[in-house]
Design a protein around this ligand. Structure first.
Ligand code: ATP
Ligand code: MG
Length: 438
């Protein structure tokens, strides 16, 4: 039975009491990047497996070990997206977005899937917010994307450290790969089996291996920064200069290679010290050959993705303030069928005004209804019974202090003395009272 009552390993539920945090976060993210011209793109949850093999790279951990790949009923190989860049670029190419008005700026919020060993900050289904800026090779684009993250983190109350590196272009990387091959060959026997294979095909991937032995060997490896060609050096200098000009602080971390093959030149990570081992909360970089490699025009691009779970953990750790969740405005309690029908009508009037209102849908006693109203934290309550129906008048009670205002049951919502008007007036009084004591 446990299989029915426990979700699959590495998945997480966002419960009704927590979802307001996600909604706040997602709204803030989209709103902030909109100031920079990024608009939302929505892409499919699954793509042809080949798309990820080609872009993420078939010697990466993601492709070799982590993808959820299956054959569909038509015999196609399908993969649940492990990230958002490949699908976004596929979509931009497919729909001809790259024809004019460059740069194309797209942002996404999506779930991603990787078969990893679950632990704090590492799940099998997780969520990413990311952007892609397509069409600009200029260092100003790298800088803009990076300081947009800083802007967003400021909005969210997150403190994180920016680490920067350049991993060059295919031209300078060839020499670097050769140097790495020489370096790691000396200790070939100690490498994990995957890395033995990578040594031939893509030695840079060894630097991103999670095996402790490979990591230890990697410590003394040559560094890409020492192999950058003139153009890549100049680009990196320009990115740094622009970041300096924007007063963005960063450190150079020559060990960042990123876990995906498509990156070129600038790569970066935002790291939080407050959430334990899985501390990279945002990661990104430039991918200048990727669009063409996927069958599109020869255009450069740059982007980042951040893990929403890790961002939320960081916000909690930083003591960031989430806006308070909206409270129930009024509970309209009732006794008996006729009063119940009236309560439903009045509740509906409040909802049409945009207030969260509740009435009994459980067949509870009045006492139990009021207990529930308390649990909801309702600001006001009403109790309707036969005598209220007869007199056509009922009382709106402010739960905080028990003060009472009468309203007319049959008044239309716009009329003075209606429930809606009395609720508005009581709210105004509350606001005015709070302002007076300030
Ligand atoms: P890591 O080194 O932590 O495995 P990565 O290099 O695989 O990260 P990217 O592919 O660049 O990460 O993904 C960008 C961001 O997405 C990460 O910085 C992280 O915040 C988040 N992320 C990646 N994998 C997971 C996961 N399995 N669970 C939760 N968040 C994740
Ligand atoms: Mg990973």
């Amino acid at each position: 039975m446990a299989i029915l009552t426990k979700g699959p390993r590495g998945t997480q539920d966002v419960l009704p009491g927590e979802s307001y945090k996600w909604q706040y976060l997602e709204k803030k993210m989209m709103e902030t990047v909109k100031l920079y011209g990024f608009r939302e793109i929505r892409i499919p949850t699954f793509e042809h497996t080949e798309l990820f093999n080609r872009s993420v790279g078939d010697t990466t951990d993601v492709v070799q070990k982590e993808m959820y790949t299956f054959e569909d009923k038509g015999g196609r190989s399908i993969t649940l997206r492990p990230e958002g860049t490949a699908g976004t670029l596929r979509s931009a190419i497919e729909h001809g977005l790259l024809g004019d008005a460059l740069p194309v700026k797209a942002a996404y919020l999506l779930s991603a899937f990787r078969y990893e060993k679950p632990q704090a900050g590492r799940q099998r289904e997780f969520h990413q917010f990311g952007v892609e800026m397509l069409g600009s090779a200029a260092a100003s684009a790298d800088a803009e994307v990076i300081f947009m993250v800083c802007h967003l983190f400021q909005e969210l109350g997150i403190k994180a450290r920016l680490e920067l590196n350049s991993i060059g272009c295919p031209a300078c990387r060839a020499k670097y790969q050769e140097a790495l091959r020489n370096y790691f060959s000396a200790r070939r026997e100690d490498l994990c089996d995957t890395c033995k294979d990578r040594l031939e095909r893509n030695p840079m991937r060894l630097l991103d291996c999670k095996s402790p032995v490979c990591q230890e060997i990697g410590q003394g490896a040559p560094m890409m920064l020492d192999f950058l060609c003139e153009e890549c050096t100049a680009h990196f200098e320009q990115v740094k200069a622009r970041l300096n000009a924007m007063e963005v602080s960063y450190t150079i971390n020559p060990r960042i290679v990123r876990g995906l093959d498509y990156y070129t030149k600038t790569v970066f990570e935002f790291v939080s010290d407050q959430i334990g081992a899985q501390s990279t909360i945002c990661a990104g970089g430039r991918y200048d050959g990727l669009i063409e490699q996927l069958g599109g025009p020869a255009l450069p691009g740059i982007g980042f993705a951040m893990g929403l779970e890790r961002i939320l953990m960081t916000m909690e750790a930083c003591g960031a303030a989430f806006p308070e969740e909206r409270k129930c405005m009024a509970y309209i309690g009732s006794m008996g069928e006729a009063a119940g029908a009236k309560a439903a009508q009045l509740t509906q009037q409040l909802r049409k005004e945009g207030f969260w209102a509740e009435c009994d849908t459980m067949g509870r006693s009045v006492k139990a209804q009021m207990k529930f109203a308390n649990k909801l934290g309702a600001r006001f309550s009403v109790i309707l019974g036969d005598s209220e129906l007869e007199q056509g008048v009922a009382k709106l009670k402010r739960m905080a202090d028990g003060s009472v205002t009468e309203f007319r049951l049959e008044a239309s919502p716009q009329e003075p003395g209606s429930l809606v008007k009395v609720v508005y007036d009581s709210c105004l009084e509350e606001v005015a009272g709070a302002l007076k004591t300030e």
